[in-house]
Design a protein around this ligand. Structure first.
Ligand code: NAD
Ligand code: NAI
Ligand code: ISE
Length: 335
């Protein structure tokens, strides 16, 4: 069976995913798209045969749409996901699932009412080769009990629309998910420190930020988020255990020796860094949707748990103090 996909939001990543599904994912095709900017939607599907519809509701309701991909901006995600669940259609939602725990809770409630899981969240790092290697080591006890993790998340620049809360909601949310997964534990508290701001930013933005997490089991994590670092896109992660450490491998690049220097290229964005992870994520999702089984990727609970932590991080950013997340027990539905 070919999974016929409808896409809501055809911006940067929506366009990437449309090309990915069209050119690289087997067993799936894009048949309908929408964007609040209709011209952008038309450009995104030019030459593919997919049609442009006026609203997300029309995409979800279309008879020839088997499954939905949500790639609009974060605050619009929850509404589209709720509509897809109400229609009983599998939905892949780019992170964040919702920009508040309250909205994410509405999605958990909707899935429970439906009686089966339909939602996958775009935490693609779980499909990255390097992170998977780390997960194997940690899960096999290769470094003993994890005690600490040190992470960095750097982007070269961000647009003016990116605000201080997005350092947690849009950027750190990737580490929040991948650390929960790597350490197999929930995050119990968060503190956000604000070092001297870089001059190379829009005036309204607090950048960089340092986030300090405590896991329920007591492990501690420090994360630097620096989204105007200028020089490139860099993701770092090291887990320190009782018997050793495991570090995310660097993405290899050719070593150039010239003009009395040795150099290697620095990646410039998430498209370059995570291309393989996005492809694996979508192939897996399409295969599982085609098989009619619940998808095994990050689910609505993972999206909810991340939203609980980002809500706490936003409160911590404004208060400067340590904020408890108050995360509850994972329901059996998501075991
Ligand atoms: P973008 O601004 O380029 O694209 C968003 C698109 O959504 C725009 O075309 C906009 O017109 C459209 N849109 C907004 N509201 C809409 C609505 N109500 N209905 C229909 N269309 C609407 O943003 P982006 O960089 O493509 O990011 C989109 C999402 O993808 C974000 O949630 C972002 O966090 C996520 N993202 C994830 C990764 C990742 O690494 N997994 C990378 C980039 C972006
Ligand atoms: P973008 O701004 O380029 O695209 C968003 C698009 O959504 C725009 O075209 C906008 O017009 C449209 N849109 C917004 N609300 C909409 C709605 N209600 N209905 C239809 N269209 C709507 O943003 P970008 O960078 O593509 O990010 C989109 C999402 O993807 C975000 O949630 C972002 O967090 C996520 N993302 C994930 C990445 C990852 O690494 N997994 C990388 C980049 C983005
Ligand atoms: C963007 O939305 C992403 O998800 C990227 O992976 C991240 O590096 C960036 O900071 C976000 O804005």
């Amino acid at each position: 069976m070919t999974v016929r996909v409808g896409v809501i939001g055809t911006g940067w990543i929506g366009g990437e995913h449309i090309r990915r599904i069209t050119d690289r994912v087997g067993g799936a095709e894009v048949v309908a798209v929408t964007d609040i900017d209709a011209d952008r939607a038309a450009r995104a599907v030019a030459g593919t045969g997919a049609r442009v519809l006026a609203t997300g509701e029309e995409v979800i309701a279309a008879e020839d749409v088997d499954a939905v991909v949500v790639t609009s901006w974060g605050p619009a995600h929850a509404e589209s996901v709720l509509a897809a669940v109400a229609a009983g259609k599998p939905v892949f939602c780019e992170k964040p699932l919702a920009t508040s725990a309250e909205d994410a809770q509405r999605i958990l409630d909707a899935e429970a009412r439906h009686g089966a899981r339909l939602v996958q969240v775009g935490f693609m790092r779980r499909y990255d080769t390097g992170y998977r290697q780390m997960k194997e080591v940690v899960s096999a006890g290769g470094i003993g009990t994890p005690l600490m993790a040190h992470c960095v998340h750097r982007n070269p620049t961000v647009p003016e629309s990116y605000h201080s809360e997005m350092a947690s909601q849009d950027t750190a949310v990737h580490e929040i998910d991948v650390l929960r997964w790597l350490l197999d534990d929930e995050i119990s508290s968060v503190q956000v420190l604000t070092p001297r701001p870089t001059g190379k930013r829009f005036e309204h933005l607090r950048d960089p930020q340092m986030l300090l997490f405590e896991m329920v089991g007591g492990a501690r994590v420090d994360l630097e988020v620096f989204v105007n670092c200028q020089y490139g896109y860099e993701i770092g992660c090291e887990v320190v255990g009782e018997e050793g450490t495991v570090r995310l491998p660097e993405v290899p690049g050719a070593v150039v020796r010239s003009a009395a220097r040795t150099s290697t290229p620095v990646l410039q964005d998430w498209v370059q860094r995570f291309a393989g992870a996005f492809d694996a994520e979508f192939q897996s999702w399409a295969d599982e949707v085609a098989a009619g089984t619940p998808t095994t990727g990050p689910n609505a609970w993972d999206g909810y748990a991340a939203a609980v932590v980002t809500d706490a991080a936003v409160r911590a950013l404004h208060s400067g103090g340590v904020v408890e997340t108050g995360i509850k027990e994972r329901p059996a539905f998501y075991a």
